[in-house]
Design a protein around this ligand. Sequence first.
Ligand code: GDP
Ligand code: MG
Length: 291
Amino acid sequence: MDANFKCGFAAIVGKPNVGKSTLMNAILGEKLSIISPKPQTTRQNIKGIYSDDTRQIIFLDTPGFLQPRYELHEKMRSIIQDTLGNADVVLFVTDAPHFPTDYDKEFIEIIKHIRAPRIALLNKIDLVEDYTESMVLLGKSFDQVLPISAKTGTNMDKVLDLVSKYLPYSPPHYDPEDLSDQPMRFFAQEIIREKIMLNFKEEIPYASAVIITHFRELEDKVDIEATIWIERDSQKPILIGKNGSMIAKIRTAAEKDLEKMIGMKVFLHLFVKINKNWRKNKHALKELGFQ
Ligand code: GDP
Ligand code: MG
């Protein structure tokens, strides 16, 4: 094994909707982490693995820090703390059109106490004319600052080079062919959730959770069963739609994405169930897979 090979963990943190998932997808060139215009889409860590001849970077895509209004949000905070504890470098993503929000300032204070080296990525520079001031401000709290656009791909190679500077010399942890250590059923869950996010306004996306109950890979097809948990009886007809039109739309769109990813025919069966206040109930959260 090459003694100059580097391998380590880079945690991506920042406010919801700044473009963390887009960044990871731009780097990996795969739709690993779901993206939608609504904040808080990402509820769990996703490890995306970038490998080339000289390095392997394992990215942790975290949900943002949030107000602990719901039990779920406290879960997210503890996930973030665990993630940062294991990282060799922390990437703080913020968006140029809105920087600095109060939230940004608070966030910067919180991560000042992290031991790992910190890189600030000023994202969405395609949307602003001048970002000099933001760069100066970020420069005061970070080891490195880089302007990027995850959407257009600007400076993605520089992100990789900056991160590599801080990685330890180590052989790769994962097979260089792997893009993620997440099982395919996890992606199925994420893709279904993305379709719910994209097809409904406020209420339904935040009231729902998706759990894969059955995932079977056969020779030429994959059979998947999933339950969509919602909070109230009144949400059921909305989610299902007139004559089942909405749920069919979600199913078809999810099947299409999954087929692209898996490279096989996918048969998806969706069930809708009610679990009142699943968000506030620790036991229910565990049952739903937020361990
Ligand atoms: P996350 O919550 O931080 O993971 O944010 P997402 O990656 O889900 O992105 C939120 C929204 O910002 C999506 O609509 C993205 O398309 C958009 N977005 C992300 N990066 C950029 C960028 O560099 N430029 C522009 N214009 N939009 C971006
Ligand atoms: Mg995200």
